[in-house]
Design a protein around this ligand. Structure first.
Ligand code: SF4
Ligand code: FES
Length: 372
């Protein structure tokens, strides 16, 4: 194992590199692939400012280097500048993951002054018609274009994030052109992940094989054209892959996620593993949770693996893939991710692709995941 990932002298896992601080699940948008759980947490359950500052203290003490302020839409929290400022005092690198629709020149200046290091701005499409329809917010796309300009004018580095799927992949060349035009230093082309809201809307979002082949070619061409100028992040989606990705860099190995109410998770979708109990920052320190909590230990390393992962030479490369996807598709979170061609369940991927016929979304909203 890498020295970065195992603290050999202490004989325990190395500390996490990054923490996703989900400050709130409130959001003006309603994307049908939202990474938040189907059961959204209400504002009344959110941690207060002092509690988040304590969480940041504990993260820095644990060894976290980067904090990603996320949501929902994190800017709806009025204390965001205070939290960014606290992260800066602790010498944590801070990234704001935002839809951009609430940003103003004043709020960006305040965040910049508080010490914000970077902004990741999400887009639902390259143009307003598609973007507003997919995000469920009329006028949202236009606001994002303004936000991108303000972010660059504030002197902050910008990552433009485009979540892609069957209903917007035709716009991929225009997305790359938009990212370049906006002055992004990084463009993320992220395929929808199919758990939670994404799984609920899988039939409406699943790309076709032709779209994937075309997207691979478009990204290759853009990488050559923009080499040395803009970094483009793109990976083949799970349902078309022969081997899975190392989700989160491995369960409980590099990242932790704190929900609005303070639950601590190894990944943003972990609460979909309904048989596990996850701890809270209200009851334990981040260090106690990272090093000793049973839910974090459950799928850490390779000891939990069954065949085919147990004897596979990729087991310390992809860590068996995604536990949430394995559970969502097979009912066994300890199974190999069905994205792997060696999994006996791999045929489920082709079946899901063949079954994807509807174009209708169930939009993200409180209670929306449980209503028919
Ligand atoms: Fe990864 Fe398991 Fe597939 Fe091997 S068998 S490539 S470890 S998911
Ligand atoms: Fe939970 Fe992949 S999203 S392990």
């Amino acid at each position: 194992m890498s020295a970065v990932l195992v603290d050999r002298e202490a004989g325990r896992p190395a500390p996490p590199l990054g923490m996703l601080a989900e400050l709130t699940h409130r959001c003006p948008l309603q994307c049908p692939y939202c990474a938040n759980p189907l059961e959204l947490e209400r504002a009344s359950a959110e941690l207060d400012t002092a509690s988040w500052q304590r969480v940041l203290d504990e993260a820095a003490a644990l060894g976290v280097l980067q904090v990603h302020f996320s949501g929902g839409e994190p800017t709806v929290r009025r204390d965001l500048p205070a939290l960014v400022g606290h992260a800066r005092e602790l010498q944590l690198y801070s990234n704001l993951i935002t839809s951009g629709v609430t940003l103003t020149a004043d709020s960006l200046a305040t965040l910049r002054a508080a010490g914000l290091d970077h902004v990741q701005l999400s887009f639902q499409d390259a143009e307003a018609d598609g973007g507003d329809r997919i995000g469920g917010m009329p006028g949202g796309h236009a606001r994002k274009l303004v936000a991108a300009k303000l972010i660059r004018e504030a002197g902050l580095p910008l990552t433009a994030n485009f979540v892609v799927h069957r209903q917007n992949l035709a716009s991929l060349p225009a997305m790359l052109a938009l990212g370049e035009q906006l002055g992004a230093s990084r463009i993320e082309i992220a395929h929808v992940q199919y758990y939670g809201w994404g799984l609920l809307n899988r039939d409406a979002l699943m790309p076709t094989a032709d779209q994937i082949a075309r997207a691979d070619a478009v990204v290759d061409e853009a990488r050559q054209k923009l080499h040395g100028k803009i970094v483009i992040d793109y990976v083949t989606p799970d349902y078309y892959a022969a081997r899975p990705k190392a989700c989160m860099g491995g369960w409980g190995r590099q990242f932790l996620n704190v929900t609005p109410s303070g639950r601590v998770l190894p990944c943003h979708a972990a609460e979909s593993l309904t048989f596990l109990q996850f701890p809270s920052v209200r009851d334990a320190s981040l260090a106690d949770i990272w090093y000793a909590d049973p839910a974090f230990a459950r799928y850490r390393g390779t000891g939990w693996m069954a065949e085919p992962c147990r004897s596979c030479d990729r087991r310390e490369i992809d860590w068996g893939g995604c536990r949430c996807q394995a559970f969502a598709l097979t009912g066994d979170a300890g199974a190999a991710d069905p994205a792997c061609a060696l999994s006996p369940h791999h045929g489920m991927m082709a079946s899901a692709i063949a079954a994807a016929q509807s174009d209708d979304f169930t939009y993200r909203r409180i209670g929306g995941g449980t209503e028919s």
